[in-house]
Design a protein around this ligand. Structure first.
Ligand SMILES: CC(C)(COP(=O)(O)OP(=O)(O)OC[C@H]1O[C@@H](n2cnc3c(N)ncnc32)[C@H](O)[C@@H]1OP(=O)(O)O)[C@@H](O)C(=O)NCCC(=O)NCCS
Length: 201
């Protein structure tokens, strides 16, 4: 059996630029800094996140880390900027974190500028990334969110993920204990879902 590390080894085409109907998922560039700061400094965007709201220094540090990580391939954290084609501007980010190589399991995370919420954009990005990940041999895509973060767990459910449990008060964020929902989607479930969606292929 091949490990996902082997599957994620350098490919003829690196899967770090994906196009969808409305989005381009790509590496960050230094000139995205202002656009990244626009969503990362918004307290409503970061309300359920362990980070933020970001200061300009926090955003600069994030960008420096992202640019450094992007120089390496393969890498354990595949964090991609979400560029909205209609704006030609970065409006969020989405990531697969390879946390468990022997079990071919990654963790999915995402964030989007607030004025664009509820238009299906992150679901569109997550579909593309899940297709890429399962195509490369992943077995399981997991995700976790604050139990009050309805928008986030709706993205997971629309992707076909199943809620596996509630972790009670497992995170202390900005002085308050938070409950966490954990979700996951298996390669087999993804394949069945894909077959249901295009029964002829
Ligand atoms: C979570 C987030 C990424 C969702 O992005 P998005 O592009 O708005 O998501 P989508 O439009 O693809 O799907 C969101 C779904 O949740 C629903 N939703 C959003 N907020 C909701 C709420 N408060 N109550 C009920 N449903 C809600 C939307 O209606 C949509 O479902 P629908 O398509 O069935 O109508 C975005 O809200 C965000 O960036 N939040 C802040 C950062 C964050 O919390 N990230 C996740 C950390 S785990």
């Amino acid at each position: 059996m091949t490990t996902p590390a082997a599957d994620l080894a350098p490919q003829p085409e690196r899967p770090d630029r994906l196009g969808t109907e409305r989005l381009i998922l790509r590496d960050f560039r230094l000139e995205d800094t202002e656009a990244v700061h626009a969503y990362g400094s918004d307290p409503e965007v970061t309300a359920y996140m362990p980070w933020g709201p970001n200061t300009p220094e926090d955003t600069a540090a994030f960008m420096a880390r992202a640019l450094e990580q992007q120089a390496t391939w393969p890498r354990l954290d595949l964090g991609l900027a979400i560029e909205l084609k209609a704006e030609g501007r970065v409006v969020g980010s989405i990531a697969l974190h390879l946390r468990d190589i022997p079990n071919a399991t990654v963790e999915l995370g995402y964030v989007l500028r607030r004025d664009l919420w509820g238009r299906g954009l992150v679901s569109e990005a997550a579909e593309a990334l899940a297709a890429m990940g399962f195509g490369l041999g992943l077995h399981r895509i997991a995700a976790a969110c604050d139990a009050r973060n309805v928008g986030s767990y709706r993205v997971m459910e629309k992707l076909g993920m199943r809620r596996e449990g509630l972790l009670r008060q497992d995170r202390l964020i900005r002085g308050a204990w938070r409950d966490t929902y954990v979700y996951a989607l298996l390669a087999q479930e993804w394949a069945e879902r894909s077959r249901r969606r295009s029964p002829t292929s």
